[in-house]
Design a protein around this ligand. Sequence first.
Ligand code: NG1
Length: 386
Amino acid sequence: MTDPRQQLVQTFGPSAAETWVVSAPGRVNLIGEHIDYHGLPVLPIAIRRRIRVAFRARTDRRIRAVSTAQYGPREFEWTPRLAPTAAGDWENYLRAAAEAVGRKWGAGAGVDAAVVSDLPPAAGLSSSSALIVAFTLALLQANRRRASFEELMEILPEGEHFVGTRGGGMDHAASLASREGCASLIEFEPLALRPIPVPEDWRFLAAHSLQTAEKSGAARDEYNARRAAGTAALKRLGFASYRIVIEEPNSAEKLPPGLERDSFLHVTSEALRVRAAVKAMELGDAGAFGRLLLESHASLRDRLRLSSPALDHLVQAAMQSGALGARLTGGGLGGCAVVFCKQPDLAAVRRGLIARYYAGHPDFDPGRHLIDAQPGPGALHRQEHE
Ligand code: NG1
């Protein structure tokens, strides 16, 4: 990965001002899909791919940022009430961070910043949340402000809404507070992150379907529709929250057939799968963990209808190659599958995926599309001076 400090100097010139670097990792959700926004626990890992931001504080309120070649330089004034710019523009993520910080602590000094990433965008690895997290930490540092995990979680999911996705808090929590070698059991009511050690010989791959799910485009409406259907089902049944309803397994019968009922069934069953997956991980029961991933995929495919022929094929190819489980990860309709196997089978699973899924795709790049997803530390626990 290019050194963002070099890019900072190349773009904005040398300066006597202090330069800092912050970074935030992407994440792979192991299980617990489309339930974080209903306040239910999820189990992601932070991965070792991340967004790094080198920056210097300015004496005015200008925010200037440059990113790798395909995203051009951006510049705006950090005013108290920021509005989004054109949909799909990467500046919106910078604005989202500034708006989130500004709403809680007021607008402050701007920055000159260079952003570098080895996280492929629009791949279900949460590069957009990682960017918002990293840029938020940069703005706070530039203004010499320290924020706790809880304070950051108050502002970050809201900040992402600014970009148009009514997401949950999973991505930000995982990117901020995951622990090296552990999955993160994230609870939202109240907020808590419990590190669950991943058994030594468990391996995960993030395998890209080679179809992107552009969250700022059409996939956003699909995402928001699932959220609305799940919420409508809960309302129709007269429950205040999904946390109460998962203890009432027969409630679905009272719902008319359709997306509402299917969403309800997905959410409630997925919550139970998360519980079972944590147990399986704690016991080192790889077979059970793998089966839960497959059940999660089937539920996302058949009930939420968020899989795609490509993702189904990818999951199948993984299983035929010796994986113990696989499923689409993230919002769905493209992006990645998470593939689970034991360490001795990893090379065969990789080779099998390449032969069964990626052969004949000239765009396939193993460094971007078939990523080792071992659990790394979140932004708040990274012990390094970059
Ligand atoms: P992706 O599509 O990977 O960014 C989104 C949400 C998550 C969660 C998952 C589905 C955002 C920023 N992220 O993830 O909170 O709801 O979908 O489980 O909206």
